[in-house]
Design a protein around this ligand. Structure first.
Ligand SMILES: NC(=O)CCC(=O)C(=O)O
Length: 253
């Protein structure tokens, strides 16, 4: 998804169109994910006025969409206002439109000044999606392997990662996502924005990676709806083949 910086109305309209295109395609998706901070982009100097109070506008659109179309939604992340604080928050809904997760980005990214304008979350992104233990992290969070390992130890078999990750760090993005999938032997489902904000170019390359580290699908730098089918039994097979979780020796490190 491309994102119009500082224009929530345009982004809501654009997202709704993409969602309608996604459910019109075949096969009908079980889960939809989109990028980080899709409502505002990194309009941080105006984030107090632009952010969504308690995520209410986002919830009204996405809970209703999930229910109407019988689809689970990992709602990218949004700038969400809590009192006088703004957090970078993922909400998720099940097929009945029930909210099933809320996670606010723990690691704020100084290179994009997040820490000057946003508050960090203090809870992990653990949830269940139709009985499947899952985890959520946001963008810069993938540089902290302890976080995904903790989610994996807590049972996550699939990790969702919305992002706004720009050039020139494509190599980091691809390598870190693959490492998180391989080391934790779980699926990684990532969605990174495309397009330009000022002088910053976002490269997309959203990816679904399987627990063996193979890329199931990868986008390019253009806006697109990517589809992938995953087999969660693959997590069990890979963990059986190389029993990393049994071989850990955490008392030594
Ligand atoms: N929005 C982000 O957290 C960007 C993280 C990023 O670009 C990185 O290199 O890390």
């Amino acid at each position: 998804m491309n994102i119009a910086i500082g224009e929530p109305d345009a982004n809501f309209a654009h997202l709704e169109k993409l969602l309608n295109d996604a459910v019109a395609g075949s096969p009908k998706p079980d889960v939809i994910i989109f990028p980080e901070m899709w409502n505002t982009g990194y309009a941080l100097d105006r984030i107090q006025e632009l952010s969504d109070p308690d995520g209410e506008r986002t919830k009204a659109l996405l809970s209703g969409f999930a229910r109407t179309h019988g689809v689970n939604i990992i709602g990218g992340s949004i700038a969400a206002k809590r009192g006088d604080r703004v957090l970078n928050t993922i909400f998720a809904w099940d097929r009945e439109g029930n909210e099933i997760a809320e996670y606010s980005k723990i690691h704020l990214f100084r290179l994009m000044d997040e820490e000057k304008f946003l508050h960090s979350g203090d809870q992990l992104g653990r949830f269940e999606l139709e009985g499947v233990p899952a985890g959520a992290m946001i963008c810069y969070d993938i540089r902290f392997p302890e976080l995904s390992r903790k989610l994996a130890l807590d049972g996550a078999r699939i990790l969702f990662v919305p992002a706004e990750w720009p050039h020139p760090r494509l190599h980091h993005w691809r390598t870190l996502l693959m490492a998180r999938a391989i080391e934790n032997q779980m699926y990684v489902v990532s969605c990174n924005r495309v397009g330009t904000s000022g002088t910053t170019n976002f490269f997309g390359h959203s990816m679904v990676i399987d627990p063996w580290g193979e890329i199931v699908v990868e986008g390019d730098e253009s806006e697109a709806i990517l589809r992938a089918t995953i087999d969660l039994e693959e997590v069990v097979r890979v963990r059986g083949k190389i029993p990393v979780f049994e071989d850990r020796r955490p008392h030594l490190y």
